[in-house]
Design a protein around this ligand. Structure first.
Ligand code: 3PG
Length: 384
């Protein structure tokens, strides 16, 4: 991919597509700013090159054509202004052109308010492209989406290149996929199950050991045991069976923390995995499983992790995820961690700087590992 560092962007109008899709609470506070922080190097570089800068992003999933103040980028513009110490102006109407004033960055309002964004509408793509001299794609976390602001625009922009975040993400993912030091251990958990079975196949092929937790583990456990009221994916049972028969390097939990309730005050029990009661939910891994995982992590030289192994947001069900984090940060291996919930767990324990590489991607991270490419990166690789 053409790297922004190898393009003459001096004094040009550049449009940077970032992924500023950060979690925001009901009071409008940004809960995690990691994606914003990791988007700053490209913006700062463009500022140093004296560019006129336009930034675009989506936030959440609004209905196209309908303004929704809850998903406005207003709070992001305020946040960017503060962190960059620079004027950042939010523009609501921009598709027919932008007039720049000196010393300001323009942040385009949520691109998903525009009709045609998600269907990669050609006219919309052309309009985005006409705003700039150079398009810089930096939204790794949205690079698996064939949308107008991520993909279609590349067809029409005078020039396109990849930003520093995108380049760095691909470099690290390639390091994992091409030359990983062995043994490799992959840990896959979380509650979004259906999309993860395909990646489980791929990870089983390339890893020495795959540890599963969360809803994906429950689905595998359910093949042989009662899982009570635990979260699982009934539609994935056949696939789960096929995977367990074919790949013998997958470790499923041998014990778990269960409860009938999902609160901090709930009565919790440790159960062997063959002893879960009908009214119980599996909400974390148990002690024996933690020991198995810690031993595997100790021996690993490369670790990939996506998805917590318990409901870590609630104290009662946090131990498993916490013990994985501790094992990773105490090992000397190359560790690569991605996914929204997983980053939230790292943030909770304040250990960002102890992980070798943190990916901003959730879906895109898994898709890249599965296919060794993403629609947007393939397109960018084919232009010069
Ligand atoms: C993400 O949060 O994974 C990215 O911002 C992409 O968002 P999307 O899944 O709504 O396209």
């Amino acid at each position: 991919m053409l790297n922004i560092l190898n393009v003459n962007i001096k004094n040009k109008i550049i449009l940077i597509r970032s992924d500023l899709n950060v979690p925001i609470d009901s009071k409008g506070n940004i809960i995690s700013d990691i994606r914003i922080k990791l988007s700053l190097p490209t913006i700062r570089y463009a500022l140093n090159q004296n560019c006129k800068i336009i930034i675009s992003s989506h936030l959440g999933n609004p209905v196209e054509g309908q303004y929704n103040h809850l998903l406005s980028l207003k709070k992001i513009s305020i946040y960017l202004s503060k962190i960059l110490n620079y004027k950042v102006i939010l523009k609501k109407n921009y598709l027919d052109g932008i007039k720049f004033k000196n010393d300001e960055i323009i942040l385009l309002e949520n691109v998903r308010f525009n009709i045609g964004e998600k269907s990669n509408n050609d006219i919309l793509s052309q309009k985005y492209a006409s705003l700039c001299d150079i398009f810089v794609m930096d939204a790794f976390a949205t690079a698996h989406r064939i949308h107008s602001s991520t993909y279609g625009i590349i067809k029409y922009a005078k020039k396109s290149c990849a930003g520093l975040l995108l380049i760095n993400e691909i470099k690290n993912l390639k390091k994992f996929l091409k030359n990983p030091l062995k043994p490799i251990i992959s840990i896959i958990g979380g509650s979004k199950i259906s999309t993860k079975f395909r990646i489980l196949k791929k990870l089983s092929k390339i890893s020495d050991t795959v540890i599963v937790g969360g809803g994906i583990a429950n689905t595998l456990i359910s093949l042989n045991h009662n899982i009570g009221k635990s979260l699982y994916e009934p539609n994935a049972i056949l696939l789960a069976k096929e995977i367990m028969e074919k790949y013998k390097n997958i470790i499923i939990p041998v014990d778990s923390i269960v409860s009938t309730n999902m609160t901090n005050n709930s009565l919790i029990k440790i159960r062997e995995i063959n002893n879960i009661r009908k009214n119980e939910k599996i909400l974390d891994i148990g002690k024996k499983t933690i020991n198995i995982i810690q031993n595997k992590i100790k021996k690993a030289r490369t670790i990939l992790w996506n998805g917590p192994v318990g409901v870590f947001e609630i104290k009662n069900f946090r131990k498993g995820t916490e013990s994985i984090i501790n094992a990773i940060i105490n090992s000397n291996s190359f560790s690569i961690v991605g996914g929204g919930d997983t980053l939230a767990a790292l943030e909770l324990f304040n250990v960002f700087d102890k992980i070798s590489y943190i990916s901003t991607g959730g879906g895109s991270f898994l898709k890249y590992i599965e296919n060794n490419q993403l629609p947007v990166t393939s397109l960018l690789e084919n232009i010069s």
